[in-house]
Design a protein around this ligand. Sequence first.
Ligand SMILES: *Cc1c(COP(=O)(O)O)cnc(C)c1O
Length: 411
Amino acid sequence: MTSPVWHPFTQHGLNEPIPLVERAEGAALYTSDGRRIIDAISSWWVTTHGHRHPRIVAAIRDQAERLDQIIFAGWTHEPAEALARGLTEIMPAPLQHVFYSDSGSTSVEVALKMALGYWLNRGEPRHRILTLEHGYHGDTIGGMSVGARGVYNQAYTPLLFDVGTLPFPTGDGRATLDALEAACRDRPAALIVEPLVLGAGGMLFYSAAVLAEMRAICGRHGVLFIADEVMTGWGRTGTLLACEQADVVPDILCLSKGLTGGAIPLAVTMATAEIFDAHLSTDKAKMFFHSSSYTANPIACAAALANLAVWREEPVRHRIATLAARQAERIFALEGVRNPRLLGTIAACEIGGGEGYLAGIGPALAAHFRDRDLLVRPMGNNVYVMPPYCIDEADLDRIYDAIAEAARRFA
Ligand SMILES: *Cc1c(COP(=O)(O)O)cnc(C)c1O
């Protein structure tokens, strides 16, 4: 019996097994065939505190009993109001305005549209966007346009708009910073970056000093600085936002993934008063032209509010520091891996030898982890561990034992 489901990022022709998951708790997934799988990648980077955090589950249940959905253009509701207030309190002070959407990709589309609207409404239309090499900002057309080009979007490249791509910052980042200075002279609208970690690009890290300098250059040239913290936000890099580590505040901030603790889809694009005010007018033509049907869904907002309460009232920062220390102990002790690296709760390394072999190693590596009841999804030969903050030592040991074994098998 074949399923009618068409899965994302899945080549159905390879007939790889697709486990049926029935239940989840903490850092574990339970399948219909009775296996307990350790979720080493937070279900694709979304689950922060752990699956089914009781407080978030209760908030979803309570809100579903009261108000399920309401148009958000010209109407409002308490979960959205309270969440926006809560976000402006916990996020950097200049980010005073909260625009809701439903996924990381749409939060990026919204950010790009805000930037272009800002410039048009100021009577100085600009539309060029600057990006970092190897960047990833989602799979919608705008998100793909500002992200790296490759096999995953080659069918669509004729539709993608042209951007200015800065070299990925290595070392002191001089080449990147010089390229940014030069590109700013052409009066681009904005620079969009993933702060400190390029996730889908292969868990590539760069320094806080380079991030701070990129932000400073944009500031000097009046180019808007968009931080896509869809992955890095909510503690992944050790701090609530990665931008904190560089003491940087963006003009526009994209958040999703961990916004609801990973329980239900929601995204926000936060903006400064300057961006909001550029759209403020009695002229309808200057309003921000964006919406989707489920904008600020009340149940999703209630889940995000519960996430804020978890951050406020539970020792989340302590859990993050503990996980970071446990990850550090293990990733740097691995033998036979290349380029072991760690930032906050994110650990990564490379497995296998020369370049030619690399294309083939991905599926074999994935099968290696699948056979050991681990949800690890290597990117090529890049293996990373980004678990929910609640994961215990025993589960981490199982993950690292499997990585060590893979390093021996695929050396
Ligand atoms: C995952 C991700 C996105 C896209 O988010 P979706 O919710 O999958 O649309 C955008 N930017 C970054 C940095 C991401 O990691």
